[in-house]
Design a protein around this ligand. Structure first.
Ligand code: FAD
Length: 444
C-alpha cells in the first residue's frame, strides 16, 4: 500500500492528532483507530518510519535489568510473532518479519546478566545458563578470551593479551530481530488507514496551540491549523522540542533528549554463515552488541560502556546521519577481537541515528499537565520491540484520561493479553522518581 499525503481536513474532523508516524506514532494510530477514534498522523518525512525508526537495529530482546522491562518485552514479542494476524493487511502486502535467533549475554562486569537471569527466572521466562564449553561449541568462530573491561582503540589496554576466558553466558531463546524496522512502521500505518486513519506526510508541526489548561490543536509549517481535543507527541528525537512547543516540560520530572548512536555493518568472515548460525550477542566484555544482518553481515553497535562518550545532540535537525571513522573503528576493532577472522573493509558503512533518551532509559507513556496532550516519548534506544504494545497501552491511557480518570493519582494497570501479566503504567509516568540502579544502555 502506497501512502500519499492526506489533505488535512478542517476543524473538528479528528478525535486525535499524532505528531510523528514512526513505529510508535503508527502503532498508536492503529490502536486508537481500532477503538473507533478518527486519527491523523502528521510527519515531516516522506514515508512512515523514516525518522529514527529507520536507523533502528530492530532487536527484540526479552532480557532486561528491571522486571517491568521484561514484562513489557515478553508481552510485546507475540505481536511480532503473529505480525500478519495483528496488522491484517491484504494478501500480497510486504510484511516486516520477526527472525528468532536468540540472544546471548556475557562478560558484563556490572552484573547485568545476573540481574537479567534473576528477573527472567522470577517471571518464568525461558532462559538458559551456558557454560564456557557450550558457548565455545555454539560459537566456534569466536575468540572467547575475556578482554574487558571495554577500552577505546587508542587506549594502552586495548588489544592486551589475556589468559582469562569468558566463564559462561545467559541465553534467551525467544529474542530475535526485525530486519526492516521502517517497514514495520509502514505496516502499522497501512493497517491504521484500513481502519479509517489519515496520515499527512511531508508536513511539519510548528506550533501546539493551547487554551487555558487544554490543548486546542496544532499549526503546520504552511500555516494550516488543525483543531483537535487530543494531541499525542510521538515525535521521537524531536519529542523535547514538541513538548516545549506545548509548554509541558516544566511539569515533567523525567524529560527526554536526543543522543547520537551509530550502527555499523561488516561482512561475516569467510566460511561463517552468520545469518544461519549467528545470534544476537550482548558482549559486555568488549562493550558492543551485534546481530546477524541480511547479506551474511554483522550489524554492530555500542553498549554504552563507561569509556564510550555519550554524544548529546543539542539540535536534532542539525544531526549528521553519516557514520564517523572514530566510532566505526571502536566498534569493528572490538568486534575483530571477538571474531578474529573478520576482514575489515577500508570504508565505514552503517547508519547514525538518534536515541530519544531519559535519565533512567525508560520511556514516558503518559498524559501531561496540559489536558488532552499526551506523550509517548523517551524511547531510549529500546522501544522498537515494544511498539505494537505501546499503541495498545497509549490508547487505553488516552481513553481513560479523556473519560475523566485521574491517571496520575489512580494509574492505569493493564493486563497483557499474551502473558496475563499486569503492566502498571505508573512505571512510565512523567512524574516517576528515576531509579539509577536500573540504568542500562544495552542496545535494543
Ligand atoms: C541506532 C538505533 C538503534 C536502535 N536499536 C533498537 C533495537 O535494536 N531494539 C529496539 O527495541 N529499539 C531500538 N532503537 C530504538 C527504537 O528504534 C526507537 O525507540 C523507535 O524507533 C522510536 O520510534 P518513534 O516512532 O518514537 O520515533 P521516530 O521513528 O523518530 O518517529 C518520530 C517521527 O516524528 C516526526 N517528527 C518529529 N518532529 C516533527 C514535527 N515537528 N512535525 C512533523 N513530524 C515530526 C519525525 O519525522 C519522525 O518520523 C534504536 C534506535 C536507534 C536510533
Amino acid at each position: 500500500m502506497v501512502l500519499t499525503d492526506a489533505a488535512t481536513p478542517g476543524r473538528g474532523a479528528y478525535d486525535a492528532v499524532i505528531v510523528g508516524a514512526g513505529v510508535i506514532g503508527a502503532s498508536i494510530a492503529l490502536a486508537l483507530s481500532r477503538s473507533g477514534w478518527k486519527t491523523l498522523n502528521v510527519d515531516r518525512e516522506g514515508m512512515p518510519g523514516h525518522g529514527s525508526t529507520s536507523a533502528s537495529a530492530g532487536i527484540l530482546r526479552v532480557h532486561a535489568a528491571s522486571r517491568d522491562a521484561v514484562v513489557l518485552a515478553a508481552e510485546a514479542i507475540p505481536y511480532w510473532e503473529n505480525w500478519a494476524d495483528f496488522v491484517r493487511l491484504p494478501v500480497g502486502e510486504r510484511l516486516a518479519e520477526f527472525r528468532r535467533c536468540g540472544s546471548v549475554i556475557f562478560g558484563d562486569g556490572s552484573g547485568y546478566g545476573e540481574r537479567a537471569a534473576a528477573t527472567l527466572a522470577s517471571l518464568g521466562e525461558p532462559h538458559e545458563r551456558w557454560t564456557a564449553e557450550r558457548l565455545a561449541e555454539r560459537l566456534p568462530f569466536f575468540d572467547l578470551h575475556a578482554f574487558g573491561p571495554p577500552a577505546l582503540p587508542d587506549d594502552d589496554d586495548f588489544g592486551r593479551e589475556t589468559d582469562v576466558m569468558i566463564p559462561g553466558a545467559l541465553y534467551t531463546p525467544s529474542s530475535g530481530f526485525v530486519a526492516d524496522p521502517a517497514l514495520a512502521a509502514q505496516n502499522l500505518m497501512a493497517a491504521a488507514r484500513l481502519e479509517g486513519a489519515d496520515c499527512a506526510l511531508r508536513t511539519t508541526v510548528v506550533e501546539i496551540r493551547r487554551k487555558g489548561g487544554r490543548v486546542l490543536g496544532l499549526t503546520l509549517g504552511d500555516g494550516r491549523r488543525i483543531d483537535c481535543p487530543v494531541v499525542v507527541n510521538a515525535a521521537g528525537p524531536h519529542s523535547a522540542a514538541i513538548n516545549r512547543m506545548a509548554g509541558v516540560e516544566e511539569g515533567m520530572r523525567v524529560r527526554s533528549r536526543p543522543i547520537r548512536q551509530e550502527l555499523h555493518q561488516i561482512p561475516a568472515p569467510p566460511g561463517v554463515d552468520f545469518l544461519a548460525d549467528g545470534l544476537h550477542v550482548v558482549d559486555g566484555d568488549l562493550g558492543i552488541n551485534f546481530r546477524p544482518e541480511a547479506g551474511n553481515a554483522i550489524l554492530v553497535g555500542g553498549n554504552g560502556a563507561a569509556c564510550d562518550p555519550i554524544v548529546e545532540v543539542a539540535d536534532p535537525d542539525a544531526h549528521d546521519p553519516a557514520v564517523s571513522a572514530a566510532v566505526w573503528d571502536r566498534h569493528v576493532l572490538r568486534l575483530a577481537r571477538r571474531v578474529p577472522e573478520l576482514r575489515i573493509p577500508s570504508r565505514p558503512s552503517g547508519v547514525a541515528g538518534l536515541y530519544d533518551i531519559t535519565d533512567d532509559w525508560l520511556p514516558i507513556y503518559d498524559r501531561t499537565d496540559l489536558d488532552g496532550f499526551y506523550v509517548a516519548v523517551g524511547t531510549s534506544g529500546n522501544q522498537f520491540k515494544t511498539a505494537p504494545l505501546v499503541g495498545v497501552l497509549m490508547a487505553a491511557l488516552i481513553a481513560a484520561a479523556e473519560s475523566g480518570r485521574d491517571v496520575d493519582t489512580t494509574p492505569l494497570v493493564i493486563r497483557g493479553e499474551h502473558t496475563g501479566r499486569d503492566i502498571d503504567l505508573s512505571t512510565y509516568s512523567r512524574l516517576r522518581q528515576v531509579d539509577h540502579g536500573l540504568v542500562t544502555t544495552v542496545n535494543g
